[in-house]
Design a protein around this ligand. Structure first.
Ligand SMILES: *Cc1c(COP(=O)(O)O)cnc(C)c1O
Length: 376
């Protein structure tokens, strides 16, 4: 008797452990030595290995990318009432820690060339708010921002630069890893990122003293004393030794994952570029992206919603480009500098399924579903 085959869901980007079982080896080691929590060899090893991979002097393993942004802001001395420039086109996790610090975000528009922070809008914001305390730049979907110009502007105005590289582990700008241009960089190992620890983050910097300070804050700011003594506000933000073991294993397959993500992007581009109204995410000569999510904009008769619906009907996940922060009910009271590029990207953007476990058959099926929309 024939049974109907139920399609397994195809995800946008889901956890993908190594075929070799590297993660389990490190986790098993943690179990065998009873270094389950809180710290231990895997935490130290993961910090060292990630710092080496990206070319940073020091790293602090934390419970999330959001925690890393929060501690970067604290390390930068951002406090009550301080202004922080933040891209409007991003995930809310970039902006939330600004509010944790009782600081004030000013949202900066994107440009079409990078989809990331627009240097002209940034310059305009510097004119408007000369007392700004810090700038956060994001490398969305693994595309790098225009770092030469952004770094130059931050230097000119003597302002701390924090790079939210949560989506860009494995992305290089002019041969240098994203997250290492600013005073601080952060990475995320959340479940849908290019590598994952189930949840976690990393703060990197060449300033070893500030990284040591971040580790101190992340473990409840316990002073050197036999008793529990605290002279500063503390946080419970440290990564556990079990989780760090997963991260060490995942780091070994990062290059493979980038390769597969690029393959996925090139597959889509080959098949879909040229359809009326389709424009793929930008590629710039300076950029070696990790292609975390293959994304495109649609400005013709087929709209993003048509793609979301057609794919969802086949149990395939896709989603819009981030909704800009200045359009969010929670953040709309804050200022925004720009010309609505981010609004257009949101309106027209589609993030295609970019799961590294997809087969060619999966990709062919997705492309077929999408192409059909142009025949209707
Ligand atoms: C995922 C993400 C974060 C937050 O990372 P978590 O580890 O989930 O806290 C921050 N910024 C951007 C742009 C992200 O995509």
């Amino acid at each position: 008797m024939e049974t109907t085959k139920v399609n397994e869901r195809i995800f946008l980007s889901s956890p993908h452990m190594s075929d070799e079982g590297y993660e389990m080896e490190y986790v098993k080691e943690a179990f065998d030595t009873n270094w389950i929590a809180p710290l231990g060899e895997n935490v130290n090893g993961f910090e060292k290995e990630l710092a080496e991979k990206v070319g940073s002097k020091a790293a602090a393993a934390l419970s999330s990318g959001t925690a890393a942004i929060h501690l970067a802001l604290r390390a930068a001395g951002v406090g009550e009432g301080d202004i922080v420039f933040c891209p409007t086109l991003t995930f809310s996790a970039t902006a939330n820690p600004i509010i944790y610090q009782n600081a004030v975000p000013v949202f900066i528009d994107s440009d079409y060339k990078t989809w990331n922070m627009c240097p002209e809008a940034l310059e305009e914001a510097f004119q408007k708010y000369p007392k700004v305390k810090a700038v956060i730049v994001v490398h969305l979907y693994g595309l790098s921002a225009d770092m030469d110009r952004i770094v130059e502007l931050c230097k000119k105005h003597n302002v701390v630069l924090i790079e939210d590289a949560a989506e860009s582990l494995g992305t290089y700008y002019k041969g240098r890893h994203t997250g290492t241009f600013g005073n601080y960089g952060i990475f995320s190992f959340n479940g849908n990122k290019i590598i994952t620890t189930s949840g976690g983050g990393m703060l990197v910097s060449d300033n070893e003293e500030r990284i040591a300070k971040a580790r101190f804050w992340a473990t409840q700011s316990r002073d050197q004393a036999r008793h529990y003594q605290h002279s500063e506000l503390g946080f419970n933000y440290r990564m556990s030794n079990v989780v760090a073991g997963i991260g060490r294993g995942q780091l070994k397959v990062l290059d493979q994952r980038v390769e597969k993500k690029r393959y996925i992007f090139e597959f889509y581009k080959r098949e879909l570029d040229g359809l009326e109204g389709v424009q793929f995410m930008p590629s710039n000569e300076w950029d070696a992206p990790n292609y975390w999510l293959s994304s495109m904009t649609l400005t013709g008769k087929v709209r993003p919603i048509d793609i979301f619906k057609a794919l969802e009907a086949e149990n395939i996940e896709s989603r819009p480009v981030w909704k800009p922060m200045h359009m969010q009910p929670f953040f709309e009271k804050y200022d925004y500098v720009g010309t609505a590029v981010s609004e257009k990207l949101f309106e027209n953007g589609v993030c295609l399924p970019s799961d590294t476990k997809m087969t060619d058959a999966d990709l062919a099926k997705i492309v077929e579903i999408i192409k059909k929309l142009w025949c209707e």
